[in-house]
Design a protein around this ligand. Structure first.
Ligand code: PGA
Length: 260
């Protein structure tokens, strides 16, 4: 695991965008795994800027989002379909048919989830997965106790996650109980992971993820087994790391050829 601590989330997102831009220069038809929530918004803004000002090209890119609320139509303002259109897709030149998000209106959940897994495989697998992290250590919507080898499936949100996401809903009663999410095993098959975490609310799950034991109780901790996982943190999210000084030292002494 590589832990990169930045003074601000702006700095972390600028690096994250450069990271993705480097991949797209090397592989214009890369497959990206995308995340929603408040964390990646600045990253998408920086990618949009690179598209507009530096010609970053998404024409051949394919994307798969991590998750979607079950029961929300794509046009629902709190759906992740809507989020992705508003925050990213409509601002870059990615063909609509290249973007994939689990179907929140599925009437056959097991078949929908299997088809999603099949599409990821047919696309050649995910080259780079963007992740946030929940206050409880979840990735995607894989809540604590999720199987560490799980695949795309239905999950039931914890009350804490529902409350965390309440600001996106006009009426708290409308927050769905159920979601479709890529599994932990699906995420572990991606070739590279960039996990973003900002603010003091993420300090405890980040410390547990990086320095705690691998446990289904903190699903993100499985990333200790991922061959190429990088954490882009601000100072606050890094606030409880015992080895923060070492991670900073490692970053400062990286060989030039390893830098983005
Ligand atoms: P957030 O959510 O970006 O809104 O903090 C992260 C997550 O739940 O994965």
């Amino acid at each position: 695991m590589e832990v990169l601590i930045h003074p601000t989330k702006h700095a972390a997102c600028t690096l994250g965008a450069r990271w993705i831009a480097r991949l797209l220069r090397q592989k214009p038809d890369a497959v990206l795994g995308l995340a929603t929530g408040s964390t990646p918004v600045l990253l998408y803004q920086e990618l949009i800027r690179l598209h507009r000002e530096e010609g970053l090209d998404f024409r051949k890119v394919t994307t798969f989002n991590l998750d979607e609320y079950l029961g929300l139509a794509p046009e629902h303002p709190a759906s992740y379909h809507h989020f992705m259109q508003e925050n990213f897709f409509q601002h870059v030149n990615i063909p609509r048919e290249n973007t994939h998000i689990p179907d929140g209106l599925s009437t056959d959940v097991p078949a929908t989830c299997q088809a999603y897994e099949d599409k990821i495989r047919q696309a050649g697998g995910i080259d780079l997965q963007i992740l946030g992290i929940g206050g409880d250590g979840h990735i995607g919507f894989n809540e604590p106790s999720s199987s560490l080898s799980s695949r795309t499936r239905i999950k039931t949100l914890t009350e804490r996650t529902r409350q965390d996401n309440a600001p996106f809903f006009a009426n708290p009663a409308d927050i769905p109980q159920h979601v479709l999410t890529m599994g932990v095993g699906t995420i572990m098959e991606t070739r590279e992971v960039l996990l973003l975490a900002f603010g003091p609310g993420k300090a405890a799950p980040i410390a547990a993820t990086v320095e705690g034991p691998v446990t289904a109780f903190v699903p993100a901790s499985i990333l200790q087994f991922h061959p190429k996982a990088t954490l882009l943190l601000d100072e606050e999210a890094a606030g409880l790391l015992q080895r923060a000084e070492y991670y900073r030292w490692v970053d400062a002494h990286k060989p030039t050829w390893q830098r983005v």
